[in-house]
Each structure stands twice: as C-alpha cells, then as structure tokens.
Design a protein around this ligand. Structure first.
Ligand code: LMR
Length: 393
C-alpha cells in the first residue's frame, strides 16, 4: 500500500518555519507565519492570559472530557463577543468550540458539504493559502473571485461583485471579516453593502473567516460586517480564531457560528455540527477555552485584554510606518502602501523569485506569494529587512 505514497509539497506557510529553524544565520528573520512577536522578538504571554492561567491552575481541576460542542462558558462568551444584537439573534445562532480558526473552517466545510454536496466554493484572489486546500480536501470544487488589484493597490470591488453575480445559487463564498489575509486590504462599509446585496440576491452562502478581530480598527469595528449580514436576514457562517487576539496559537482555540434564518433551525444545525466534530476528533481540548472564558467573563481581565490587544494593533501600525521610512532610506520609495494595509501582513508585491532571494541570500522569510508578517518586526531586525528588500528589488 504505502509504496504508492507521493511526497507532498511543504506547506506554503508553516513549511517556512521548518526551513527557518534549520537556517544557521544569526540575523535571520521569520516573516512567514502570521504570529505577533514583541519588541524582544519573542511570543508574548498576555498578562490577562497569565493571570487567568494562574487561577485555572490553582483550581486543580481534573481533566474530564468536554462536551462535543465545547466548554459552555467559552461558547457563551464568544457568542456574546461576536453577536451583541440581543437574545433574539442569539437564538438563531448555533455555536461550537473549534480547533482554532482552521478547525472552525473545516467543521463548517464538512457541515456544508453534507448539506449541499454539489455547491462550489469561491475564495478571493489571492486568499489565505490554506483556504483552497482546506475546502478542496472537504470535497468542494474551489473557484476564485477577483479581489486584489495590484495596479490600484486595493480591492477590485467591481470585479468582485461581477464574479459573485455570476456564481451559481448556493455557492459558498469565503470572505475575510477584517484584515484580509494576505493583502491587508479590506472592504469599506459601502463595499460590504454591495457584497451583501449580491450574496442575498444570488442566494449565496457567506462563510466569514474572522481570524484577526482587533488587529484592524478595534474589536467592535472589526466585526461590524457581522451586524450588516444579520440585518440582511441571510444565513451565514463565521469561523472565529483566538490564536492571534489572545496570543494562544498553540492552544488551537476558536469557534464556529452558524446563523440560521429562524430560531427553529438552530437545534438541528447544532446537532449536525456535533456529528461533524464527533466523527473528526470527538470533542475539543479544554485549556485554551478555559483561558479565553476566564478572561472574557471577568471584567478586569477583559479590560486588560482589550488594552493589550490595542497595544499589539498600534505597535503593528507603528512598525509599518517605520518599515516604510527605512525602505525610503534605502532608496525604495514606492512601497508606502505598506502603511495603509491592515492586520499582521504586508502584501509586498515582490515576485516569487524576489521572495526566494530574500530567503536564500538574506535570511528574511516571507511566503512565495510576497506576503510578509510585519507583526514580527522589531527595532533590531527592521533595518536588515529593509536593506534585504532593497537588495532584491
Ligand atoms: C497565517 O496565515 O500565517 C496564519 O493564519 C497561520 C496559518 O495557519 O497559516
């Protein structure tokens, strides 16, 4: 049997970590994966998480199974974080704990495949590298809608609308709720209205990927599109991640929310989500959920979280400005757009060859598609990165 196994290519994002770990250069910089690092170049343990963890550990609770849909306190509090429109709306939402945003997408994909086996999935051009792979693996044919315009350095909204208008009824449309990955360019309120109009008139199914809530404009601002979808009456899904917003990458903690047209459907939807989870990994892990619930349910810890998340957001914006200045000092004067992009990434416009040269010649790791994680810059590596970019252009 196994002699037929083919060697799979390395993952375009996480595979870079493996190369990076083997790189012996002391001035190497990992701008590949979307991870926020502090000024000292290490992964921060948020203060709110540190306190929550101390409390949880002091409680010395045994390690029993969670229910299939996760830790009740976690699920309840994440629902309130996403939907603040009151109990009538919440009754229409089936929510489950998930293994990070990716796990939420996969459970949602499996659920949709069962419901609508012939539907296609549309992702943006470009999109997070794993979207195509994940939905393909779930059995869907994946197509693309226009999104990024390199000429305009922004979103090609007209192209996007045209492509969505041409989609067959029932097509699943993967949308980035905020901080579009990889481009860092988001739709504005008017653009979202147009997208929601097409989604509802063409009876498409929106699947919102919300991995970077709080890294764009703010926790509430970054979820504003969800209110607009609710107002439209559409049924839609949300994959929510706490990896970045709580710096809990390794805990694999996220949630999936499925919004039904009426409250009578919620129990049925939830029952099917539970089947998807049970047949994949039975039930989720507890620690990350307990941490997030402890923070969000305690007003003092929640306040610290909001402040810490704002500090990460503001620092990334500052780093963007610094990188633009450093690049200008190196003679690169046409990359000011880096300061306009939102979230952790800069879509640099560098070609694959230039990205490979950055990696091999300068030890600066970004994805082949030209994406760099500006959230991993600091005052010690930023000059090297700017010089390296200038050298490969
Ligand atoms: C990224 O885009 O780098 C992150 O979302 C991490 C991942 O899983 O790819």
């Amino acid at each position: 049997l196994l002699h037929t196994v083919q060697l799979a290519p390395a993952d375009p994002i996480l595979g870079l970590n493996e190369h990076f770990a083997k790189d012996q250069r002391t001035d190497k910089v990992n701008l590949g994966v979307g991870v926020y690092l502090g000024e000292d170049g290490t992964l921060p343990l948020l203060e709110c998480v540190r306190v929550a963890e101390e409390r949880i550990t002091a409680g010395r609770k045994p390690h029993g199974y969670l229910g299939i849909d996760g830790l009740p306190a976690f699920v309840a509090t994440t629902r309130e974080l996403v939907f603040d429109q009151g109990p009538a709306v919440l009754e229409r939402v089936a929510s489950v704990q998930a293994l990070g945003g990716t796990g939420a997408l996969k459970v949602g994909a499996d659920f949709l495949k069962q419901l609508s086996p012939d539907a296609k999935v549309m992702i943006s051009t470009p999109s997070w590298e794993n979207h195509r792979a994940l939905f393909t693996r779930a059995g869907f044919e994946v197509e693309e809608y226009r999104y990024y315009s390199p000429e305009r350095k922004g979103v090609d909204v007209d192209g996007m609308i045209e492509d969505l208008e041409a989609a067959a009824e029932g097509t699943v449309v993967v949308l980035h709720a905020c901080c579009h990955n990889p481009t860092g360019y988001d739709l504005d309120t008017g653009d979202w209205e147009r997208v929601i109009d097409v989604v509802t008139s063409r009876r498409l199914v929106a699947f919102l990927d919300m991995a970077y809530q709080g890294f764009g404009h703010g926790i509430d601002e970054d979820k504003s599109v969800i209110g607009a979808f609710l107002d439209s009456g559409a049924e839609f899904l949300i994959a929510q991640s706490f990896s970045k917003s709580f710096s809990l990458y390794g805990e694999r903690i996220g949630a999936l929310h499925v919004v039904a047209a009426d409250a009578g459907l919620t129990a049925k939807v939830l029952s099917q989500l539970k089947v998807c989870i049970r047949t994949n990994y039975s039930n989720p892990a507890k620690h990350g959920a307990a941490l997030v619930a402890e923070v969000l349910c305690d007003p003092d810890l929640r306040h610290i979280w909001v402040t810490e998340l704002a500090a990460m957001r503001e620092r990334i914006k500052d780093l963007r400005g610094q990188l633009v200045q450093r690049l200008e000092a190196e003679g690169v004067t046409d990359m000011g757009f880096i300061a306009d992009q939102l979230g952790m990434f800069s879509y640099s416009g560098l070609t694959k060859d230039q990205m490979v040269a950055l990696r091999t010649e300068h030890g600066v790791y970004g994805t082949d598609a030209g994406r760099m994680c500006v959230a991993a810059l600091n005052s010690r590596n930023i000059a090297h990165v700017a010089k390296a970019i200038a050298a490969v252009r």
